[in-house]
Design a protein around this ligand. Structure first.
Ligand code: B1M
Length: 207
């Protein structure tokens, strides 16, 4: 078994095989981040490339995403560390109009595993819902994910709404098309290009 087989199983959209090879790699003592980055995430990147080239279509993309999710589920227990005291409260969601949740789920899972209290609002989250949930839960940070260039503007709308309401929640944004430059432009407090980076950034912001 190898990480390459995990990659192949996602490309073959074979959930059962993904679970089998991920389990085998965990038993072999392979690093969780290698399983995730070189196996599961690289395969999704390849699917994205093929989608752009027109050699795979939405149904295949969904099946591959399902297969990747099955692999991530197997990794969940490995991502937990022993921390019990909450480091702070985070409200997270994928912005309105956007249904991509794999990256957001990874970020949420890693934040939770690192001791944050995470309120996950899911996908296609309306702007007001971020604010309401942050107020209701006395959150420290509102985290927003977007995978589509067409949904990125919602991040700015949420940040503007926070300001307009005179609230001072910190914000963190991320997702494949999101950059540090965009974060600076819209006034987000933080940005990260991946899930471990999001944990590091949240720790710094709340410290
Ligand atoms: Co979509 N899709 N998709 N899709 N999809 C992309 C994003 C795309 C780049 C594919 C392509 O053209 N090459 C393209 C967007 C183009 C653009 O806007 N520039 C695209 C498109 C066009 C679409 C549709 C419009 C297709 C259609 O219907 N014609 C449609 C839109 C639906 C909608 O949202 N309204 C659509 C639909 C779908 C599926 C439903 C089939 C499925 C999603 C399933 C799901 O999420 N449950 C899907 C998938 C799987 C993808 C690709 C192939 C993979 C995304 C993914 O899960 N990556 C994607 C191509 C690609 O990105 N390579 C593509 C793995 C995941 C771990 O990475 O989410 O980037 P990612 O998360 C990373 C970082 O970005 C970061 O951490 C994670 C890793 O550590 N991160 C954060 C994420 N959020 C963060 C938040 C943070 C910090 C870091 O702080 C808060």
């Amino acid at each position: 078994m190898s990480v390459q087989q995990i990659y192949n199983a996602v490309l073959e959209m074979d959930d059962e095989q993904v679970i089998k090879v991920v389990k085998a790699e965990i038993d072999n003592g392979t690093d969780v981040s290698a399983i995730l980055n070189e196996g599961l995430i690289s395969a999704m990147d390849e699917i994205g490339k093929r989608f752009s080239e027109g050699t795979v279509y939405v149904p295949e993309m969904m099946m591959a995403a399902q297969a990747m999710k099955a692999g991530v589920e197997e990794l969940k227990p490995m991502m937990k560390d022993m921390e019990t005291k909450s480091r702070g409260t985070i409200v997270i969601g994928t912005v309105k109009g956007d249904l991509h949740d794999i990256g957001k789920n990874l970020v949420a899972m890693m934040l939770e595993s690192s001791g944050f209290n995470v309120i996950d609002l899911g996908v296609d989250v309306e702007n007001d819902k971020f604010l309401e949930a942050a107020k209701d839960n006395n959150a420290d940070i509102i985290c927003m994910s977007a995978l589509l260039t067409t949904t990125m503007p919602a991040m700015e709308e949420v940040i503007d709404a926070i300001k307009a309401a005179g609230l001072n929640f910190m914000t963190m944004i991320g997702g494949a098309p999101v950059t540090q430059e965009f974060a600076d432009e819209i006034g987000a407090t933080g940005f990260s290009e991946d899930a471990p980076g999001a944990v590091e950034k949240a720790r710094k912001l709340i410290a």
